[in-house]
Design a protein around this ligand. Sequence first.
Ligand SMILES: Nc1ncnc2c1ncn2[C@@H]1O[C@H](COP(=O)(O)OP(=O)(O)OP(=O)(O)O)[C@@H](O)[C@H]1O
Ligand SMILES: [Mg+2]
Length: 504
Amino acid sequence: MKEYWSSLASLLGVLAFCQSLLQLVFPPQLRFLCLRFLNRVFHLFSSYCYFDITETDGLSTNELYNAVQLYLSSFVSNNGSRLSLTRALNSTATTFGLSNNDCVFDTFGGATVLWEHVVIQRQSQALTWRPLPEEKRGFTLRIKKKDKALILHSYLDYIMEKSDEIRRKNRDRLLYTNSRGGSLDSRGHPWESVPFKHPSTFDTLAMHPVKKQEIMDDLRDFADGQSFYDKTGRAWKRGYLLYGPPGTGKSSMIAAMANYLSYDIYDLELTEVHNNSELRKLLMKTSSKSIIVIEDIDCSVNLTNRKKKKNKGNNYCDPETSCGAGDEDGGNSTITLSGLLNFTDGLWSCCGTERIFVFTTNHIEKLDPALLRHGRMDMHIYMSHCSYPALQILLKNYLEYEETGSDCDDLKQLAEVVDKAEMTPADISEILIKNRRHKQKALSELLEAMKTRAERKLKCGSLRQQEMEDEEEEKRALESPEGGSESDFEQSCKKQGVIEEKMK
Ligand SMILES: Nc1ncnc2c1ncn2[C@@H]1O[C@H](COP(=O)(O)OP(=O)(O)OP(=O)(O)O)[C@@H](O)[C@H]1O
Ligand SMILES: [Mg+2]
């Protein structure tokens, strides 16, 4: 052991002697050149090349550094052994990060790359007007030389895209409204926003699964369809019209769409918009990846007929016929159907990308066909009364009721009566919420309510049928020569008698 230590000491002595000899023979300048030369030779024969992505680029922040950090956070939790955890302001998600001087591998298009997070202590604080952070941070990307073209062109673009997506997902969605009625905030913005935390998703939405899947596929195709829209020369936007009776889930569907695509919502209150140019300004201030909603469009403003001339006592006017002196925009004091059509489909509608327009109505028949045509409203979605497949979703969500097969008598009866009852999901969910702790009670109360509704519907239907038949008979009697002899009074007495009989 003693011998070992003495030989180690003499070896260190020789090394120290060699080092001082080298310093004597090679001056520092020459040494630096030698090292640079050796480095070059090493890189010439190495199959790898390296890229440094620093946190700051001079004084401005390097977007690529932030993007890489976010991108790595999406998968580093599976691969890394030592991670940093952060949570941004207003965020509900935790972000994983690569710890200082740690490495992680990634693959892209068949190429494997290595990312290293490099953190170096800053030697001395240079004299600047802005104090610099104590650490210099950056990522070093190691790739094979043969993959250089692929990585530099596609991989870095992919990272930027992916990080945008992660940023949007981590941030809470926003719900914008124009309820201030045209006035701007301090930043000149016409929209007010609040965090959007609606819990409705496509899982909680009660509707036929096939229809639901069709809508989800359509939304996904739209969101992933940039190249398709570019190729076909179409503006990257899509319109959905949701129509159906109140309480069938139109607003819930909009929330589910926003949650599914992680889009913001702009809830446009048309009654607060004074004219077409204000509408256009509102549109210009919306961001991409958003859903622009006009609820109850038939009630907002009179938008029934583009060809109609100006009506008295009605804030609608025709853009194609002059609506007031000097009103080349169809009226500076009113909003027109033409203005709305341009909003959804004109040149101005393309001032942003990746936007969805959703209109809702309880009365589709009241809308002008121009508003409904494809290109404006590409998909017309009828939100119907509750069907049996939709009811099954509600039972599962509210009562945790799993498929029990044909042995459940109540379920069988519900399946028979649900279509005849024509109840909305809103009506049904009220009964289920009330009895959610007693499954059996909930089912029997629901069945009772459905049966009563179905009976009433049946009675109303046959009453209406009878009335129509009576009217038809009356008409025929009046037209025939003998029928004309019966006086009006006698006829109305007879009719009254029939109605009283039915009411009994
Ligand atoms: N299809 C559905 N799936 C799940 N829940 C629903 C559905 N439809 C309605 N509901 C429930 O009923 C409530 C009202 O629904 P919602 O506001 O979406 O109806 P709507 O069709 O927009 O009605 P309106 O035409 O009156 O605006 C919701 O809070 C939701 O809980
Ligand atoms: Mg609604």
